[in-house]
Design a protein. Sequence first.
Length: 361
Amino acid sequence: MIVSASSRLTENFDAESWRPELLDVDQLADLFANHRVTAVHDRIDEQLEELISARGPGRVRTPAEWAAAKAEVLQGRDPADYGTWAFYPWSGRLVHVLPRDEFRFVRTDRNRNKITREEQQVLLGKRVAVIGLSVGNSAALTAAMEGVGGAFRLADFDRLGLSNFNRLRTGVHELGVEKTVLCARQLFELDPYLDVEIWREGLTGDSTGEFFDGVDLVVEECDTAWVKIAAREQARERRIPVLMDTNDRGLLDVERFDLEPDRPLFHGRIGDVTSAEVAHLDRAAMVELMVQMVDGSRISPALAQAMTEIGRTLSSWPQLASGTMLGGAIVTDAARRILLGRPQPSGRHYVDLEQLVGGAP
């Protein structure tokens, strides 16, 4: 019985798929004929009402006026012909959504006026690169929810393991899925019109430069010293700002290479060390270098103690969901200011909840 069920799932779903198919209504017959659809979500009528309300907030309409307003939007088309049908191959869901511009108009409507319509258009025209998709997953999803970026480039070589579940929003049915694929799916489920690219091998010596082409902002959240340095070398060369959250004491690191192309990496904390010089560090040397990067004198007592236990009683860096979610928020907040040309200087900023809320000295 289990084998039979697995076979049916293999026939219906592409386990490696991560990009939705955007279809017109006349392209749906093949999906149903091939038994690819497991659920249909057609709430276009409610979406039309939200669109009409967003265009004319505060107006009270009679049922006849609602019908007339919808007819004006549809311009004689059947509701099924309006907008886009997004098919998600990994789940079999078929979802009817507004056309792209109207979809985004409604989806970001509640951002106003913290983000104006004009600013939202600027942000949706930006490309954000995210390296490392455990902590980086939160940053990518928060940015996409807020409309900070209409294009995303994602890099990670790893697959989802059970130990990632303490800080990564996902489900047990995703175990073993590549982290790039998982994040891309989540982004497209927020907005099927996004432009998303994935780099399934992460950053390598051959791909590092190409990854940064056309990028407006980099979020670096990996835990490999070589990648952290190489990413900044490339970003500085191309004058791209870099943001990092360390998942400890709410540390946000900002490097404005767009404004300061000669700025030393990590604010000079590692000297003139290059990526080539650290490519083959052993684990102990890498941990020591990472401590320099984040300023070991300012890390939390819990992390400081954990540093001595990595590889002995601890398998890796300790990280918490609360810190990861906070990191997604502060990274997105800084990214928005940078991409809109607002003041956001280089430096390190702490949103330490232990001090701000918990009463720690």
